[in-house]
Design a protein around this ligand. Structure first.
Ligand SMILES: Nc1ncnc2c1ncn2[C@@H]1O[C@H](COP(=O)(O)OP(=O)(O)OP(=O)(O)O)[C@@H](O)[C@H]1O
Length: 266
């Protein structure tokens, strides 16, 4: 059963920098949420806090009523499986084939010895092939991951995340290294999984057009705080200018996954 992710007054301080500043949010099950904002606004830090790659300085993060920030040992490993993370740089092992890379997503379910031996059941291989099929990557299943295009690698990373059978999918700028055609395929893949499986998706994006085209809800961060939280329709050009500033807006207004764009003042 899907569950709500709740952040309550979450802050993360690095030395002098308040990367995330008193953020409170409820992410409802099945939402496709885009997080936007200028470089340094705190987007990656927020995702890393949710995944427990880092710990908050203060505040609470809970999922289905369970406090995430206090999980240790197996409970923490289980959370990292439930909360799959996609990174800009794909996180695949280049020298291994695509199918094996996807199967690595199952290792959290294995004991130490079977993990070391990379022994997977027929059921797991079927699951991995089904995930690859959803991402249109069956023809590449036996190809070395390092030989795939960037877009194919990112779709393989999504397949790997899928076989973890996560409850929520986090993606930290998953299309930042991709050309428009591949960026569109990756976003379409995430959207398809969100719609078909009802999986909650929380994705950091550098480009407004992508957030507008794909996200049910857009959260804009500025200096660690939530500056805007609403739908694409509510994200007016005036709000966008406040988020990015006119200069920043130029930088972030390049169309990456669609031809829509907003007006930038001359
Ligand atoms: N490990 C760290 N040590 C010190 N400062 C950090 C660390 N991680 C992030 N910061 C700082 O926290 C702030 C927020 O960084 P973060 O990476 O979350 O921003 P972002 O919105 O994801 O930016 P970008 O779009 O460039 O990835 C920045 O000022 C950054 O320099």
């Amino acid at each position: 059963m899907a569950a709500t992710l709740t952040l309550t007054k979450v802050s993360k301080v690095f030395a002098e920098t308040k990367a995330v500043d008193t953020v409170s949010l409820d992410i409802e099950p099945g939402q496709f949420v885009g997080v936007i904002g200028r470089s340094g606004a705190g987007k990656s830090t927020m995702l890393r806090l949710i995944n427990r790659l880092i710990d908050p300085t203060t505040g609470s993060i809970s999922f289905d009523g369970v406090e995430i920030t206090s999980l240790r040992g197996k409970a923490l490993r289980d959370w990292r499986r439930d909360c799959a993370m996609i990174f800009q740089q794909f996180n695949l092992v280049d020298r291994l084939d695509v199918l094996t890379n996807v199967l690595i997503g199952r290792l959290a379910e294995h004991g130490f010895l079977s993990s070391m031996a990379m022994q997977f059941s027929d059921e797991e291989r079927t699951m991995a092939l089904q995930a690859l099929d959803r991402l249109d990557l069956v023809p590449q299943a036996l190809q070395r991951a390092g030989t795939l295009s960037g877009g194919q690698q990112q779709r393989a990373a999504i397949a790997k995340a899928l076989v973890q059978q996560p409850k929520i999918m986090l993606a930290d700028e998953p299309i930042a290294s991709l050309d428009p055609a591949n960026a569109t395929l990756v976003m379409d893949g995430l959207k398809q999984i969100n719609k078909e499986d009802g999986l909650t998706v929380l994705v950091n994006l550098h480009t407004l057009d992508t957030a507008r085209a794909y996200c049910d809800r857009i959260i804009a961060m500025r200096a660690g705080r939530v500056f805007f939280d609403g739908t694409a329709a509510q994200l007016t050009d005036d709000v966008v200018r406040d988020i990015y500033g006119t200069q920043g807006l130029r930088e972030f207004n390049e169309a990456v996954t669609s031809t829509q764009s907003i007006a930038v003042p001359a």
